[in-house]
Write a protein that binds this ligand. Structure first.
Ligand code: AP5
Ligand code: MG
Ligand code: ZN
Length: 215
């Protein structure tokens, strides 16, 4: 099973992908996470991506499609994949077709998280993650059970993304509307798009996605 989670910044792609990883043994391939790791490690890709990401613009299609192909090569053919934040342009959607068919994989579902954009700024500016295990939290919607301590690994250190300020979020949303939302019709024409109410509770969104995967 190979699926794409599609939705604007803060729609819950990462949150839902990590729940599916825990429950289904699928692998999450987040180009955003992979690029952030490259920035942190100071690789050539990271050096190219850093300023673009901080501005909320899109990194080049060649770079992201390259890292997706490499990541798939590290997986067993039977491992299911959740694409989180990829593809984001028509060119990336075309590359993904080639990348998948070269590896004898097929795309099963494109799940669009439908959200109210006005709520997303609050979601994003309240977001933080564990500095050690990367578990995601939110100031209002998902606090650690014990304040200041990660539920998963017990770490007391947390971090926030440099692109999670209001101005950059607006640019990220504009990029989504201009370049990413227009790829939906490509998948609609193939009958692959399923829509989920991304404004529901985190748990209910997961249940709606699981119902699609089980259908
Ligand atoms: P990326 O990391 O993909 O960021 P994004 O698309 O802007 O999406 P986010 O990660 O911000 O949101 P999310 O949907 O994962 O939401 P989350 O689950 O965290 O990309 C970052 C940058 O990298 C891009 O701007 C670009 O520069 C570059 N890049 C990446 N991929 C690229 C590509 N393919 N091509 C070119 N450039 C690329 O949820 C958000 C918050 O809300 C959390 O705190 C969460 O707890 C909370 N929350 C989640 N669901 C709910 C809910 N149902 N109710 C209440 N709160 C919720
Ligand atoms: Mg994310
Ligand atoms: Zn942790």
């Amino acid at each position: 099973m190979n699926i794409i989670l599609l939705g604007p910044p803060g729609a819950g792609k990462g949150t839902q992908a990590s729940r599916l990883v825990d429950e289904r043994g699928m692998v999450q391939l987040s180009t955003g996470d992979m690029l952030r790791a490259a920035v942190k490690a100071g690789t050539p890709t990271g050096l190219k991506a850093k300023a673009v990401m901080e501005a909320g613009e899109l990194v080049s299609d060649e770079i992201v499609s390259g890292i997706i192909g490499e990541a798939l090569d590290d997986l067993k053919p039977e491992t299911g994949v959740i694409f989180d934040g990829y593809p984001r342009t028509a060119a990336q959607a075309e590359s993904l077709d080639v990348i998948l068919s070269d590896r004898k994989r097929t795309l099963d579902h494109v799940i669009e998280l439908e959200v109210d954009e006005d709520a997303l700024v609050a979601r994003i500016t309240g977001r933080f993650t564990c500095a050690k295990c990367n578990e995601g939290y939110h100031d209002t919607f998902k606090q650690p059970k014990v304040a200041g301590v990660c539920d998963v690994c017990g770490s007391t250190e947390f971090k926030r993304r440099p692109d999670d300020n209001e101005e950059t979020v607006r640019t990220r949303m504009t990029e989504y509307r201009a370049k990413t939302a227009p790829i939906l019709p490509i998948y609609e024409a193939r009958g692959l798009v399923r829509r989920v109410d991304g404004m529901a509770d985190i748990k209910h969104v997961t249940e709606a996605i699981e119902a699609i995967l089980d259908s």
